[in-house]
Design a protein around this ligand. Structure first.
Ligand code: HEC
Ligand code: HEC
Length: 342
């Protein structure tokens, strides 16, 4: 009798324990797959400036995905380029990393930072003449800046890159989003960029790191390939990239180069110097983007310093490449009321 009772009690305790344990494991795995589970969805996530993978990575599956995104963008040759183990993983065509231009792992204001970028998309873009998603925008850089092919939208690579950008953007206020967007401003010049002056500036301020033939300097790390990335030749951005437009390159250079010296608040080069040196680095041969004539189906929306046609105006290709840009900007304002900044 007593023994039966005890066994009965034991069985009850055991099944309660098993039940409790299963609930525990279900909760743990839910938290692992959906970290937001159990947390208050309306909770304000406070913004963290200068997030780093070492210090701020969340745990669980989400953390792993963010880390993968970080590796893809900061060591692109190793994770989606020439150094990958199989052809199927190769998407980028040159040996740059995304962070060759999106400096400090995409967190430097004035270097087209990704802090807050998830709040800027979807948005209308003239290059495609439609509303673009953030995935479309990433692929814009894949096909031009990285001279590669687009990542499928539902691929683990694309999802990881977007997760990384979402993580950087968490809790960013409108003010922070503004602060991080795009590049610094450049005054649209009334003079033609002079590649001879540009060459002198290049030799003095840039060649030390980027090489006198723009070839960059390699590093002994196969995932990264370059310590200092190439600026022209066949292992860098193609002619369809934003950096190939003199005005865009000048704005990037003014706020960021020479590396370690220039910031948006304290540029080293003047607007004029940045324009001459941007023209110099973009005068050399580089990979060619196929189908670039299909860019900007509405030609009016083409940035004025896009060096390849067709254009909605009569200015020649030399003027579109080297300026003077002011007359082109004035033309679009007078004809179409469009205020173009690049
Ligand atoms: C050669 C330089 C370069 C490289 C390399 C590069 N980009 Fe870009 N990226 C740009 C430029 C230029 C812009 C446009 C910035 C502007 O005009 O505001 C841009 C814009 C973007 C934007 C939109 C930013 C915004 O605020 O609207 C995203 C997202 C982006 N790039 C992602 C990537 C990713 C991901 C990679 C790697 C696969 C990459 N980029 C590689 C130069 C580069
Ligand atoms: C101290 C070394 C150093 C100097 C000097 C320097 N850069 Fe850079 N530059 C870098 C580094 C490093 C990066 C990429 C950042 C990274 O990979 O973390 C870069 C990136 C770039 C990029 C975008 C990536 C690419 O391959 O196109 C351009 C354009 C550029 N630099 C132009 C210039 C110009 C123009 C000058 C001179 C005014 C200059 N740099 C001076 C180190 C330097």
């Amino acid at each position: 009798m007593n023994i039966e009772k005890t066994i009965g009690k034991l069985a009850l305790v055991l099944s309660l324990l098993v039940f409790g344990l299963s609930i525990f494991f279900i909760l743990v795995s839910l938290m692992n797959f959906y970290p937001e589970f159990l947390s208050d969805n309306n909770r304000e996530v406070s913004f963290i400036e200068n997030k780093t993978i070492e210090k701020h990575l969340p745990s669980g599956r989400k953390g792993k995905e963010i880390k993968y995104g970080y590796l893809l963008i900061s060591q692109s040759p190793g994770y989606m380029g020439s150094q990958t183990s199989s052809e199927d993983l190769r998407y980028t065509g040159n040996n740059l990393s995304c962070t060759s231009c999106h400096l400090d792992n995409g967190t430097k204001p004035g270097a087209a930072s990704w802090v807050g970028v998830t709040k800027r998309y979807p948005k209308f873009r003239g290059r495609e003449n439609k509303v673009s998603t953030l995935e479309d925008r990433v692929n814009g850089c894949m096909e031009r800046s990285m001279d590669g092919k687009p990542l499928p939208k539902d691929s683990p690579q694309m999802e990881a890159i977007i997760s990384y950008m979402e993580w950087l953007s968490e809790g960013a206020t409108e003010q922070i989003v503004q602060k991080h967007a795009g590049f610094t401003n450049i005054e649209i010049p009334s003079f033609r960029a002079d590649t001879l002056i540009g060459e002198t500036i290049y030799e003095k301020e840039c060649a030390l790191c980027h090489g006198s033939d723009g070839e960059g300097i390699k590093i002994d790390n196969k995932n990264k390939v370059y310590q200092y990335p190439p600026l022209w030749g066949y292992d860098t951005y193609n002619n369809g990239a934003g950096m190939h437009r003199v005005l865009t390159a000048a704005a990037f250079i003014k706020g960021n180069m020479p590396f370690g010296q220039a910031t948006v608040e304290k540029p080293k080069l003047s607007d004029e110097e940045a324009i001459h040196v941007a023209a110099y680095i973009n005068k050399f041969k580089r990979p060619i983007k196929s189908n670039s004539q299909k860019d900007f189906p509405d030609r009016k929306l083409k940035p004025i310093s896009t060096p390849y046609g067709p254009w909605e105006d009569e200015f020649d290709s030399i003027q579109h490449k080297y300026g003077p840009f002011k007359p082109i900007a004035d033309y679009y304002y007078q004809q179409y009321g469009l205020k173009k900044k690049k």
